[in-house]
Write a protein that binds this ligand. Structure first.
Ligand SMILES: N[C@@H](CCC[C@H](N)C(=O)O)C(=O)O
Length: 257
């Protein structure tokens, strides 16, 4: 099977995106998705996204992790696929699309994408960490000397030990200033550190607000792949109007053979 694909990156979180409006892609072929995402035998990516038709929205986003399995929401993927929809001419500046966690709105201005995330209902604060679901599950833990921290070993341990079979993404954080945090993330389904995670930095911003590390509701998150912004409003015990903002870049187009 031969088909075109596009390579995208959003702060170094990289994706293969396929225009599947004609429904040709074998969606249950886990091995094919994993092979396309393989960095030696395939294109190489943290995940694969399908853009599909939707009866009431501009499009549907289908997200696979690089292990080939369908997963929960991907924030950077949502920003990249919105940029791709504009590139295809499906939308102009604003879009509404459906992902696995429901409807999302996004605004695309050149290579900058603002994505509205779902409301966050519950934030679980424990002594050493915070856990919340921003479309995907996230463990957030403050560490010292983040630059030298062993994200792979500690992230994998926490992912398996604390969260069992389902697992969780694991974010390690260091505060740089009142509303600036550095973040490194171990991603479930990639089973490695990625250069950035959109639902992860969203979780970090809210966890830092919830635990009083910042009183700002607009937070800058520095990841190894670049900088993202998250803004939000607190409502009761949850959060609404949560926006993830940053660059989304089309890197190249190719043909899968
Ligand atoms: N990179 C993503 C998160 C993708 C989902 C995650 N790997 C999971 O399975 O929970 C992002 O930008 O949010």
């Amino acid at each position: 099977m031969e088909f075109p694909f596009y390579k995208y990156q959003g702060t170094g979180n990289d994706f293969v995106i396929i225009d599947n409006r004609e429904d040709f892609f074998p969606k249950k072929d886990t091995e094919l998705v994993a092979k396309i995402c393989d960095r030696r035998f395939g294109v190489g990516a943290d995940g694969l996204l399908l853009l599909e038709n939707h009866p009431d929205a501009d499009f549907r986003m289908v997200y696979y992790n690089s292990d080939g399995n369908l997963s929960s929401m991907c924030g950077n993927g949502g920003r990249c696929i919105s940029h791709f929809a504009k590139f295809l001419g499906i939308i102009s500046e604003k879009t509404t699309f459906e992902a696995v966690d429901g409807m999302h709105e996004a605004t695309v201005k050149n290579d900058w994408v603002s994505l509205k995330m779902n409301n966050i209902e519950k934030v679980k604060v424990s002594e050493n960490f915070t856990f919340l679901n921003t479309g995907s599950p996230h463990h957030v833990e403050i560490v010292t000397e983040l630059q030298d921290f062993d994200v792979f070993t500690n992230g994998r341990y926490i992912r398996n030990k604390t969260y069992g079979k389902e697992g969780s993404n694991v974010n390690f954080v260091e505060q740089n200033d009142h509303a600036i945090f550095s973040v490194r993330t171990y991603e479930r389904g990639v089973e490695d550190e990625t250069l950035s995670c959109g639902t992860g930095v969203t979780a970090v911003a809210i966890a830092m607000f919830e635990t009083g590390k910042t009183s700002e509701n607009k937070v800058t998150l520095k990841t190894p792949g670049g900088q993202l912004q998250v803004r939000f409003e607190k409502e009761g015990s949850g959060y609404k109007n949560v926006f993830l903002e940053g660059p989304a870049i089309q890197v190249f187009k190719g043909i899968w053979k």
